[in-house]
Design a protein around this ligand. Structure first.
Ligand code: ACO
Length: 473
């Protein structure tokens, strides 16, 4: 079934109102981004003074453009946006992005009301105002005015803050995290978070949905969209503190609301609340590439006792258990350890552990029915061999043998410097969830656990419904 936002994200024709020859202007950048996109569509600059812009024929008004326009980007001062929108209605434009600022976020709610009035009872979808637009990395289209090309992947990002959205693009690239779409929602007069969650729920290119929000306009719709989404939904909700709530009011003109209510509502709907953007990315990386945790029992493999203890503490603090090894697993691991060490969980392989010890111990834990997921850790101690640690993880995750067979997630932790970091890049670029801290690893494991619980609940609900219908028959 075609979703109502399909032409919004995959337009065949785009017009930029306020397109300019001046390379310092936002209308110039927006047009250029569409032009250089690796995506085929018709492009129409709109500017009453120009004949051509960036080599394209320019039109005075959207109504002068021959043929349909699927998407219009507006980059003119707020005072004339309403007139442009009226033209878009006349032209029967399906989708509009209003980049322009100067609306609710500065108290000009009257201007927003005017826009809402213009599209009342129309089928038109509007993103914004006060937005950067979107980047659709799945198909290579950049419908924003900001620079930066996200790496293609399976995480859809929605940001109420444009600048943070831009930062997220660069952070994702830096972290080798792939994105399907990234979109700024700004003042949300029409397209809201729930519309986007509903869209990404059915988007084949998206496996995880991540949101930065300051306020939700319609709580019930928001909750329902998370409930209906059969994919993990990760949420950073800002404005927790009193001063933070004040800051959101002046940023996007929204009320932060009671933080406790937000937390409870997100949890109840099956979403996962993240503490910040880095945590959202950490969890997204784990959820985007690893199976969810079926239970909360974690096995830890490390070459450093201290890191093992830190991981144990962090896991327990997040509600995850580190069970004792079963006699069978104990025996398997005992065979490969130096004589002076007894197997335990965390499994301490000792500082000089290489490929063989790492691979054998991790496999033993994955095979253990009392273990639901494994954390593999390495400290770059004096005589450690980080390339053998990363090699073992790459082998296990790339070949997917054990991983697929036992459907258990593997996360990795490392502690070290530059020489280790180069190896970590290889892992990250191969999609391996690896983190430079015990806490971040445990929180990502928690994300996998919460997703596992959500899936379990959904299954139980469906079973209950089937039973109910059978009984009724
Ligand atoms: N139709 C089409 N084009 C028109 C019209 C019209 N009716 N009227 C004027 N124009 C042209 C102008 O002549 C100009 O083109 P020119 O350079 O050839 O003269 C162009 O449209 C733009 O108009 P300007 O008046 O020059 O406006 P400017 O580009 O300086 O600013 C803008 C417009 C960018 C929308 C500004 O008002 C604004 O809101 N800036 C903030 C945008 C923003 O940050 N949004 C939030 C993003 S999220 C984040 O934080 C990154």
């Amino acid at each position: 079934m075609v979703h109502e936002l399909d032409t919004f994200f995959k337009p065949k024709s785009i017009a930029v109102v306020g397109a300019s020859r001046d390379s310092r202007k936002i209308g110039n950048a927006a047009l250029k981004n569409i032009l250089i996109s690796d995506y085929e569509c018709k492009i129409y600059p709109i500017n009453p003074k120009e004949k051509t812009i960036l080599g394209l024929k320019c039109y005075k008004k959207v109504t002068d453009v021959p043929g349909n326009i699927d998407l219009v980007l507006i980059s003119v001062p707020a005072a004339i946006v309403a007139q442009i929108l009226k033209d878009c209605v006349k032209k029967n434009v399906k989708n509009v992005i209003i980049i322009s600022s100067g609306f609710g976020e500065i108290g000009r709610h009257d201007l927003e009301d005017e826009l809402k009035q213009i599209i009342k009872n129309k089928k038109m979808k509007i993103l914004g105002p006060n937005v950067m637009g979107y980047k659709n990395a799945s198909i290579g289209l950049d419908a924003s005015f900001v620079y930066g090309t996200p790496r293609k992947g399976n995480v859809a990002l929605i940001s109420q803050s444009g600048a943070l959205g831009i930062g997220m693009i660069y952070l994702a690239n830096n972290e080798f995290m792939g994105v399907s779409k990234i979109i700024g929602v700004g003042n949300k007069i029409n397209i809201d978070d729930d519309d986007l969650i509903n869209y990404f729920a059915q988007d084949d290119d998206t496996k995880v949905v991540g949101l930065y929000i300051e306020a939700v306009k319609n709580g019930r719709d928001f909750m329902n969209s998370i409930k209906a989404c059969d994919k993990p939904v990760l949420i950073v909700k800002a404005g927790k503190s009193k001063a933070g709530a004040r800051a959101t009011a002046s940023h996007t003109g929204s009320m932060a609301g009671s933080d406790k209510i937000y937390s409870a509502a997100i949890k109840q709907a099956g979403g996962i609340r993240c503490r910040d953007i880095v945590e959202l990315f950490d969890m997204a990386r784990a959820l985007g590439g690893q199976p969810p945790l079926k239970g909360n029992r974690i096995g830890i493999v490390t070459n450093g006792g201290g890191l093992g203890v830190l991981l144990t503490d962090a896991c327990e603090e997040n509600g995850l258990e580190i069970p004792k090894l079963s006699p069978k697993t104990y025996k398997k691991i005992d065979k490969i350890l130096p004589d002076l060490i007894n197997p335990n969980n965390p499994v301490d392989l000792s500082a000089d552990a290489g490929f063989y010890r790492y691979e054998t111990a991790t496999s033993a834990l994955l095979e253990d029915p009392n273990i639901d997921g494994v954390i593999v850790a390495s400290v770059h101690g004096g005589y450690a061999r980080p390339e053998e640690f990363t090699g073992a993880i790459l082998k296990m995750i790339r070949e997917r043998k054990l991983h697929e067979e036992y459907k258990k997630p593997i996360l990795a932790t490392w502690v070290g410097g530059k020489e280790f970091e180069d190896l970590v890049w290889d892992l990250k670029s191969a999609g391996v969830p690896i983190y430079p801290s015990a806490w971040r690893t445990a929180r990502s494991m928690l994300g996998l656990y919460l997703e596992g619980q959500r899936i379990k609940k959904e299954k139980q609900k469906k079973k209950g419904q089937q039973f109910y219908f059978k009984e009724k028959k």
